[in-house]
Design a protein around this ligand. Structure first.
Ligand code: 3HC
Ligand code: NAI
Length: 693
């Protein structure tokens, strides 16, 4: 007894051996952990004084899964299957003692134990699907044997973390022990198992629930149908479903063989590589090299928002949701009333869907106050400006704020493209000025671009990042340039999409390719949704572009029932002969010849210039790292996570191929198009964006 290796030890507690894993931060099943468990089990079994084993973890959590950093590297023995066998085939009962999260390989390990106890705050889940994988250590075969195929399907395809109470009810846990008393509770349970001579219960032998589902293929057909939209483009959900089907239809060992085969297919594929990359990118994005974790922050106890329009209202909800009071300022009472009305309607519709208690609607509304005076913002710790996108208006507002808002407060702008450095000049405290670029709808979209201006102070950055996390956003710190990261790259795509209309592609041709690629919608459908009249004015409109003509005809997008597309009463889009004629008229006027543009060209013309723009953003140090750009595009624009973001996609295609194609398209890309030297250099050196350090 004693230390087995650096991360595991075995101690005796009477006739119970306690096998403890201590491998921070999350006790992932690294080679050392696997080795320690296998050796610990061997020692415990060899020791005749031991009658039962408790498997427990130190630190913040039970085993949170396989060690993802080992994926893609040569396998090292012992495997996770060896761990599972060592536990399940033990001649002495093994009890898993769970706190924190038993996830993925961690839950699979627990499912090989003969009994499981947990504290009330513990959670169980098989989140492999989020990594483009399936549980590869028997989870797909054991889980349905306990919870039944229907619940297993839900769990493996959603990756949900199931709380202890629900897990107990589902049979995943045998007992819940008091919080903070896991070790004692597990030992007491082990002694009960010994005293009552309970059997070595193996989940693999529990066949009742899977047998009951045999001959009922509709369980799977219905599940697939109900979730088809949600799973579109992803391989992993379908592979997980197939494994549960195998659990129902095949003997255990054959089911395991199916699981292993499908797991390896996913593991070696591009989708899982992308999703694993995104897992780490989502954690990296919070790290700002020159703003360390211990940077001082500003306590934000009250937030002020100027402008209660589309963005201001949504932004306000984020803070009310976490109990921070918000003061909203408008220029006119009716605008303020309208803003409050929209917020209330949003909360009420969430309550109607059962996702918010009616009393919480009132609690949140009570946190909001409205005024027509900027003076009401004097005591705010953070003020976010969300007025019209006009530099003069913004500067005027910031100039006034300077003399009203208390010193030490953060002065933020939600501008989507204006120069934050210039806005900062309107104040005497440019160090307090930062961009907080929310995405529409601001209460829903996960992305927040935090725009660092030349003089923004580090505490202002650190506070903004911290606050973003608190309101449930994923934040990327970016620098100042037109459109910042997201919209700048969007613009690069937009230019190509529009250019192709003059070469023979129709909006729906372009949109279909991008939809099939995995985007929620293509650029033209997106414009229709956002409104074609953003930035358009009737007075200045000169029928000089397709968009201007559409707006002049009052085809301003979905809200007017027509835009690039025609819409029916249910807002279903149909290709529009009107738009087609406008495009053809423009082509005729320009003397342009229509040619057949392949889907391949549409995809390359839309995505490769995005990759090129991303490379320029890196050159200019507007983004800290390529993966931050991917986070922006996944969370702000719906880039399919299984393609890892535009930069990862570039790596997948091969930067050499991207550059070769961009050169081939040459003049078609427009007079303003230039290749990024960084992209060219990486391509010439056979490198990837991921190789940039
Ligand atoms: N392997 C390696 N590193 C991991 C890891 C894992 N499974 N899980 C988390 N980490 C690392 C993170 O990268 C992070 O590292 P950093 O500090 O250097 O950035 C650190 O642990 C802490 O992670 P979080 O910041 O996410 O900490 P939280 O406390 O917010 O969350 C958690 C903890 C809920 C456990 C969360 O980390 C998580 O969801 N982890 C992934 C769980 C998972 O997907 N498990 C399945 C793995 S695949 C598998 O098991 C295959 C099997 O079926 C064969
Ligand atoms: P909006 O027109 O819906 O709302 C702006 C509101 O500001 C109006 O209600 C107006 O009355 C009010 N306002 C104007 N001047 C004011 C002043 N001096 N004091 C107080 N209130 C004033 O506009 P929207 O869409 O909310 O945009 C606001 C800002 O957010 C803009 O800078 C825009 O570029 C940016 N943004 C917009 C996004 C969108 O999708 N709508 C996305 C991200 C950023």
């Amino acid at each position: 007894m004693g230390a087995i290796n650096a991360v595991t030890d075995l101690t005796a507690q009477g006739d119970v051996a306690v096998l403890t894993v201590n491998s921070p931060p999350v006790n992932a099943l690294s080679q050392q952990v696997r080795d320690g468990i296998v050796k610990g089990m061997q020692q415990a079994i060899a020791d005749s004084a031991v009658k039962a084993v408790v498997l427990i973890c130190d630190g913040r959590t039970f085993i949170a899964g396989a060690d993802i950093t080992e994926f893609g590297k040569p396998p090292q023995s012992p495997s996770l299957h060896d761990v599972c066998d060592a536990i399940e085939n033990s001649s002495k009962p093994v009890i898993a003692a769970i706190h924190g999260t038993a996830l993925g390989g961690g839950l699979e390990t627990a499912l090989c134990c003969h009994y499981r106890v947990a504290v009330p705050s513990a959670k169980c889940g098989l989140p492999e699907v989020h990594l483009g994988l399936l549980p590869g250590a028997g989870g797909t075969q054991r889980l349905p044997r306990i919870v039944g195929p229907e619940q297993a399907l839900q769990m493996v395809t959603s990756g949900a973390h199931v709380d202890a109470k629900t897990s107990l009810a589902a049979g995943l846990l045998d007992e819940i022990v008091p919080e903070g008393e896991l070790r004692a509770g597990a030992l007491a349970y082990a002694k009960k198992v010994i005293a009552e001579k309970r059997p070595l219960r193996k989940v693999r032998d529990m066949n009742e629930k899977v047998a009951a589902a045999r001959g009922k293929p509709e369980i799977f057909a219905d599940f697939r149908k109900a979730n088809a939209r949600k799973f579109r483009g992803f391989l992993a959900p379908e592979y997980n479903i197939r494994c549960i089907e195998a659990a129902v239809n095949l003997p255990f060992d054959q089911g395991i063989a199916t699981e292993r085969k499908l797991f390896m297919e996913l593991m070696t594929g591009t989708q899982s590589a992308a999703q694993r990359y995104v897992f780490f990118a989502e954690r990296q994005v919070w790290k700002v090299p020159d703003v360390p974790d211990d940077t001082a922050t500003i306590a934000v106890k009250k937030v002020g928002i100027i402008g209660a329009g589309t963005m201001g209202g949504g932004i306000a909800m984020n803070f009310a949701n976490i109990g921070i009071p918000v003061a909203l300022v408008e220029t006119k009472q009716d605008a303020l009333d309208r803003g409050f009305g929209v917020i209330r309607k949003n909360y009420e519709s969430t309550a109607k869907r059962g996702k918010l208690k009616p009393e919480d609607v009132e609690k949140r509304m009570a946190l909001l106050s409205g005024s027509l005076q900027l003076e009401s913002l004097a005591d705010c710790d953070l003020v976010i400006e969300a007025v019209f996108e006009n530099m003069d208006v913004k500067k005027e507002v910031f100039g006034k704020l300077d003399s009203i808002v208390k010193q030490g407060a953060i002065l933020a702008t939600n501008t989507s493209a204006l120069d934050v450095n210039e806005i900062a000049t309107a104040t005497k405290r440019p160090d307090a000025v930062i961009g907080l670029h929310f995405f529409s709808p601001a209460n829903v979209m996960r992305l927040l671009e935090i725009v660092r201006a030349q003089k923004t102070s580090k505490p202002v950055i650190a506070t903004s990042m911290q606050l973003a996390k608190k309101i449930g956003k994923i934040a990327a710190l970016v620098g100042v340039c037109p459109g910042f990261v997201g919209n700048r790259i969007l613009y690069a795509r937009q230019l190509q999409a529009q250019a192709m209309l003059m070469e023979g592609a129709m909006p729906w041709d372009v949109d279909k390719v991008l939809y099939d690629f995995g985007m929620p919608m293509g650029p033209f459908a997106m414009s229709d949704l956002a409104g074609l009249d953003i930035g358009w004015s009737k007075e200045k409109s000169k029928s000089s572009t397709v968009r201007e003509v559409l707006c002049e005809m009052d085809r301003r997008g979905q809200k007017t029932g027509a835009g690039f597309y025609d819409y029916d009463a249910e807002r279903n889009a149909k290709p529009s002969p009107v738009t087609e004629k406008i495009i053809k008229d423009f082509m005729a006027k320009a003397g342009a010849q229509a040619r057949k543009i392949t889907d391949q060209e549409i995809l390359e013309r839309c995505t490769y210039p995005m990759i090129n723009e991303g490379a320029k953003i890196l050159e200019e140090k507007i983004a800290i790292r390529p993966s931050d750009i991917d986070i922006v595009w996944i969370n702000g624009y719906g880039w399919p996570v299984y393609r890892g973001g535009p930069m990862f996609y570039g790596d997948t295609v091969g930067l050499k191929n991207v550059v070769a194609k961009l050169k081939e398209y040459g003049p078609k890309l427009g007079a303003g198009f230039t290749l990024s030297p960084l992209l060219e250099q990486l391509a010439a050196e056979g490198k990837r964006f991921q190789d940039l350090k």
